[in-house]
Design a protein around this ligand. Structure first.
Ligand code: ADP
Ligand code: MG
Length: 449
C-alpha cells in the first residue's frame, strides 16, 4: 500500500521510511556503479499514488541524481511498491535557504564525489593536486594558465571539478565556466550556424575562471582553435584564470597551432602519472568507503595488485565485485574478488566486438542479422535484439549511440531502454539470467562453443 507523506507536514511515518530504505537497497543491486554511501543522506520528501519525491542536500546532488540515477531509482521504486511510480529529485525543503549546504551548482554539472577531500594524493599527482589547490584558493594570481595532462582515467577531470567546488565555496560570486572542449567546439559551431557568435564570445570572455577539459579535442579544428585563441587572450589579458587539461603535453597535441602551444606553456604545465601500488591501495579504500562497501585490507591490496592500467579500471573492478556480492547476496571475500576481477580482466583482454556478440546471439536464437537491424517488432526478433544491446553495453566499451548504430540505426534512448529491460528480466527471471551467463561465456570464451 502506498500512503502519502509530506515532509513539510511532519515526520515521515515509519512505513514510508522502510519503503525508502528498501528502494535504496534495490538501487544498489540495479545500479552498483552509481550507488553511494551518501545516498543515506537523501530523504523521502513525498510518496503518493504515482510519484516519489526525494530530497537532496544540495544542488549538485540534485543534478547528478537527475542525470545519472533516475532510471535506477524509478525501477527500484516500481519494484518495491509494485506500482508505476515516477521519481523526482529536489532540493530538500529544509535546506533551500541554508547557506551551509555543501555545494552550489551555479548551473555547472559537477560530480559530487570529485572533491579535493576525495582525491588521494601520491607521488604520481602531487604537483598537479597542489597547483589545483593553489589556483582554487587564488584564481588568476598563481599559475596562469594551469595545464594538467596525463593518460586517460588518471584523475584530470576529478581535479578540475574539485577546483570548481573549492573556488565556489571560497568566492561565492566568482563566475566560473567549466566545460569539456568538445562542448566548447559544439557550442561554437552552433553559434556560427545560428548567427549568434557575439553572444557565444561574450559568454566565454567575461568569466572570472574558464576551465576546459580535454583540450586535445582542438586538434585539427582550425576555426575552433582560432576562436579559442581569442578567448584565451581576452581572459589572460584581464588577469582571469584559465585551467586546461589534456591527455598529452601541449607540444604533443597533433596539429595544434604554435601560438596556442606556446600560450599553454606560459603558466604551469603539470603531469599526472600512473599511480604506484601504494597509491592504488589507498584509492581503492577511499572509493570503497565512498560507496559504503566493506572490504578488508587484503582485498584492497589484491585489487591494486591485479589492476594497474588506470584508476577508472580500478573503480570498475570494485564495481564488479560489489555487483556480484549484491546480486548473489554474498559477503565480499577474496574468492569473490578473484572471480569478479578474473572475469573483468578476461573481458578486457579479449577485445570483444559487437560482431562477436551478434554472431553468438543470432546463432543461439536462429535469427538473421538483417532481422535484428530491421524494423520488425515481433517478440522473436525484439528479444534477441535487446539482448545484443545489453551484452554490447556490458562487454564492450561502445557508447549507446554506437551500439544503436550496429543494430539498425536505433537511437541511444532505445538502447538504454533495452538494457534496462534485459537487466530487469535478468533480475526477475532465473532462466534469463542463465541464458545471459551462457551467452556471455560463449562470447568471452569462443573455444567452449
Ligand atoms: P581523467 O579525466 O584523467 O580521464 P577522471 O578524473 O575521470 O580521469 O578519473 C577517473 C576516475 O578515477 C574518477 O572516478 C576519479 O574520481 C578517480 N580518480 C582518479 N584519480 C584519483 C585520485 N587520486 N584519488 C581518488 N580518485 C581518483
Ligand atoms: Mg577526463
Amino acid at each position: 500500500m502506498i500512503s502519502e507523506v509530506n515532509k513539510d507536514g511532519g515526520v515521515a511515518s515509519q512505513e514510508i521510511e522502510n519503503i525508502f530504505n528498501d528502494i535504496l537497497e534495490r538501487v544498489k543491486v540495479l545500479d552498483p556503479a552509481n550507488a553511494r554511501k551518501w545516498f543515506d543522506k537523501l530523504t523521502i520528501y513525498r510518496l503518493d499514488g504515482g510519484s516519489l519525491k526525494i530530497g537532496c542536500p544540495d544542488e549538485v546532488t540534485v543534478r547528478f541524481l537527475q542525470d545519472n540515477c533516475k532510471t535506477s531509482f524509478t525501477h527500484a521504486a516500481q519494484q518495491v511498491t509494485g506500482h508505476l511510480v515516477t521519481v523526482d529529485f529536489n532540493l530538500d525543503g529544509d535546506r533551500k535557504t541554508d547557506k551551509g549546504s555543501r555545494f552550489f551548482s551555479n548551473g555547472l554539472r559537477l560530480h559530487p564525489d570529485y572533491t579535493f577531500d576525495n582525491f588521494v594524493v601520491g607521488p604520481c599527482n602531487r604537483l598537479a593536486h597542489a597547483s589545483c589547490i593553489a589556483v582554487s584558493q587564488s584564481p588568476g594570481n598563481t599559475y596562469n594558465p594551469l595545464f594538467v595532462y596525463g593518460g586517460s582515467g588518471l584523475g584530470k577531470t576529478h581535479l578540475l571539478h574539485a577546483v570548481c567546488f573549492e573556488a565556489q565555496r571560497k568566492f561565492e560570486n566568482l563566475v566560473i565556466q567549466f566545460l569539456s572542449c568538445e562542448e566548447f567546439v559544439n557550442r561554437f559551431i552552433r553559434a556560427i550556424e545560428e548567427g549568434n557568435l557575439p553572444s557565444f564570445q561574450n559568454q566565454f570572455r567575461t568569466v572570472d575562471t574558464l576551465i576546459i577539459d580535454d583540450v586535445q579535442f582542438l586538434r585539427e579544428r582550425e576555426q575552433s582553435q582560432e576562436e579559442f585563441f581569442h578567448t584565451f587572450n581576452a581572459l589572460y589579458n584581464s588577469g582571469k584564470q584559465i585551467i586546461l587539461s589534456a591527455d598529452c603535453a601541449p607540444g604533443q597535441i597533433p596539429s595544434l597551432e604554435a601560438r596556442l602551444t606556446s600560450r599553454f606553456n606560459w603558466g604551469l604545465v603539470t603531469r599526472i602519472d600512473s599511480p604506484s601500488y601504494e597509491t592504488r591501495v589507498a584509492i581503492v579504500k577511499k572509493k570503497a568507503h565512498l560507496r559504503g562497501i566493506e572490504i578488508s585490507d587484503a582485498i584492497a591490496e589484491y585489487i591494486a595488485r591485479k589492476v594497474h592500467a588506470n584508476i577508472r579500471e580500478l573503480e570498475g573492478a570494485l564495481t564488479a565485485i560489489y555487483a556480484i556480492s549484491m546480486t548473489s547476496q554474498r559477503k565480499i571475500d577474496l574468492e569473490l574478488a578473484q572471480i569478479a576481477i578474473e572475469g573483468q580482466i578476461s573481458i578486457q583482454e579479449k577485445h570483444i566486438s559487437i560482431t562477436d556478440i551478434i554472431e553468438v546471439v543470432t546463432s543461439h536464437f536462429d535469427v538473421r542479422l538483417a532481422d535484428l537491424q530491421s524494423k520488425k517488432r515481433s517478440q522473436s526478433i525484439t528479444e534477441p535484439r535487446q539482448i545484443c544491446m545489453f551484452l554490447a553495453r556490458n562487454l564492450t566499451k561502445h557508447s549507446l549511440e554506437e551500439i544503436g548504430g550496429h543494430l539498425g540505426g536505433r537511437d541511444h534512448t532505445t538502447v538504454m531502454h533495452a538494457c534496462n529491460k534485459i537487466a530487469q528480466a535478468q533480475e526477475d527471471n532465473p532462466e534469463m539470467k542463465a541464458l545471459l551467463e551462457d551467452l556471455t561465456k560463449k562470447i568471452t570464451n569462443p573455444i567452449s562453443i
